[in-house]
Design a protein. Structure first.
Length: 290
């Protein structure tokens, strides 16, 4: 008789770890365990960018369907695939559209009594935590997957992995800028006014590149490390909203050091006070990466 058979807690932990790794983060494809929370997060974020009255009375079903898909769902991966000459996931993956329609568009908008949206909007609700964790895994694995795809398809171009990763990071923001402008909103492009997710995405790309290129760690374990870090930070921020992602803290330190170093090499640049940001648009742009 094995030791684990006498320890149910051990068996549960091992089953959970197997699901978290082979069934989710290190799965070779795009499993339902990631697609479902991502579909919910895409529609939830898009709906949150409107006032309740406008969303219920002025936004058409087609706007909801297409806007959430590209603004918060698959804008980044679509730009990545277009740049690499590949069909976007809606055309290449047999389940992306189905999961998005059922778990994103339908459940978040048309559940009885709107209970799904209310649960997703309730801090620390189990369904919200599941969505937040799954969305963090999707964000990080999209970046690392883009890096690997660029390296695989363009092996003779050293910059290809980084360009593919940046396309995945910025693609959603490009679509959101176009969509918000179409609403008549006074918004700035997110890369001109980054609020954190772009910088974090860049740091994840650099850390992942170091794990793969400098330390020679296998793709599976490098992806697992980045995804677990991002998902744990996301849950920590749900528990305590003022927690700053350590990747963003590192970015700020590097940016400050680079600014100080650049000041030593060239003439001093007069300080220009930033204009006051559009507070309304900041609240409406809760999510900056796909």
């Amino acid at each position: 008789m094995s030791a684990s058979s006498n320890n149910p807690a051990h068996d549960i932990i091992m089953k959970f770890w197997e699901f978290l790794t082979d069934g989710m983060i290190t799965h070779p494809g795009y499993p339902a365990s990631i697609q479902i929370p991502h579909a919910m997060a895409a529609m939830f974020s898009f709906r949150k960018s409107f006032s309740p009255g406008d969303y219920a009375g002025r936004v058409t079903a087609w706007h909801k369907l297409v806007g959430a898909y590209f603004c918060h769902g698959y804008g980044g991966s679509s730009l990545r695939d277009i740049l690499l000459g590949l069909p976007i996931s809606a055309l290449s993956n047999p389940t992306v559209v189905q999961f998005y329609l059922v778990f994103g568009f339908w459940l978040v908008n048309f559940s009885p009594g709107d209970f799904v949206y209310r649960w997703l909007n309730t801090p620390l609700h189990p369904l919200r935590l599941m969505m937040v964790f799954g969305e963090a895994v999707d964000d990080s694995t999209t970046i690392t997957g883009a890096f690997e795809k660029g390296a695989r398809l363009q092996p003779d171009v050293p910059a290809a992995p980084y360009v593919a990763a940046m396309a995945a990071i910025l693609g959603g923001g490009i679509v959101r800028y176009i969509e918000r402008k179409g609403r008549g909103m006074d918004v700035k492009a997110e890369w001109a006014r980054p609020t954190g997710r772009i910088q974090v995405g860049v740091m994840y790309t650099l850390v992942y590149a170091a794990l793969r290129r400098l330390f020679g760690i296998k793709e599976k374990w490098s992806r697992l490390a980045v995804a677990l870090f991002d998902s744990f930070v996301a849950i920590a921020q749900e528990l305590k909203p003022d927690v700053e992602n350590p990747a963003l803290t590192l970015w700020k330190a590097l940016a400050k050091a680079m600014h100080r170093y650049g000041s030593c090499l060239g003439p001093s640049v007069p300080r220009i006070e930033p204009t006051r940001p559009n507070v309304v648009s900041l609240k409406e742009e809760e999510k900056e990466s796909e």
